[in-house]
Design a protein around this ligand. Sequence first.
Ligand code: G3H
Ligand code: 13P
Ligand code: ZN
Length: 332
Amino acid sequence: MVSYKKLGLVNTKKMFAKAVKGGYAIPAFNFNTMEQMQAIVQAAVETKSPVIMQVSKGARKYANPTILRYMAEGAVQYAKELGCKKPQIVLHLDHGDSFETCKSCIDSGFSSVMIDGSSLPFKDNIKLTKKVVNYAHKHDVTVEAELGVLAGVEDEVQAEESHYTKPEEVIEFATKTGCDSLAISIGTSHGAYKFKPEQCTRDKKTGKLIPPPLAFDVLKAVEKKLPGFPIVLHGSSSVPQEHVDTINKFGGKLPDAVGIPEEQLRKAAKSAVCKINIDSDSRLAMTAAIRKHFAEHPEHFDPRQYLTPAREAMKELYIHKIVKVLGSNNKL
Ligand code: G3H
Ligand code: 13P
Ligand code: ZN
């Protein structure tokens, strides 16, 4: 058993309470590689922001659970090396799919876990979440749960259509499970194709897709039922057009990729939404930089040559999200 406290990590409790009060959201960035981790830490230190570094089941499979755990420990030391005296870094399991996975993460130094029972019937979701909460709280680890199903693919969780969270269920769910935060479904979804073209309108001048607005009425109703309770938004990449254009210009093929407009996330961050998950945007920034680099330097083959601009592009993206969208800068 390794406690996250020994690794210099923190759980989400105080961080979320402060964010809800302060009307901003904590960035939750997924990572799979060293370059992503470095860029996240550099961005958080430069902006003096707390940060959640999250690891999916797929990331654990790709990079190896032990390596990712030590990378998070390294992230704390790296932040100190960069001049941050008291980094606030959370290591979080994203979309945990079983009690066993959550337990294994808690036992190996995670400070926060998500148990995603959103595809289960309401009662089974409560039962599984409660089991994870009971174990996690013994170790002062915080737990994110999910109610309502996002459209698209949630790791192993498949949903044919979006099922918004039912506000009338949230009090019973939060009370019975004891979870520390709740991910809700208000129209976001995972990946770079969040909406089908037929769900959007098209800008007459540019031909670009304009997505439908998020269901802020559902968010408001949830907030009313659970005042001050930390709410989480998954699937919150904005799919920056500049990166999509760069990818397409240099040989990629991402037609009609569309995300959540940043002004909607800004609005959400000012409410009880205190954690916003972003993964796809970092993938797009990285891919755009690498494609551009290869197109301009076909003779290069040293990974450091193309991963340096990729890391820079991700850092720039993270700083933009922190300062211009979530508002978590200067909150350490
Ligand atoms: O919610 C999904 C995250 O973007 C993680 O995706 O399972 O491909 O690592 P992944
Ligand atoms: P995006 O695919 O919109 O980046 O969402 C990431 C996410 O929700 C991770 O859990
Ligand atoms: Zn997610």
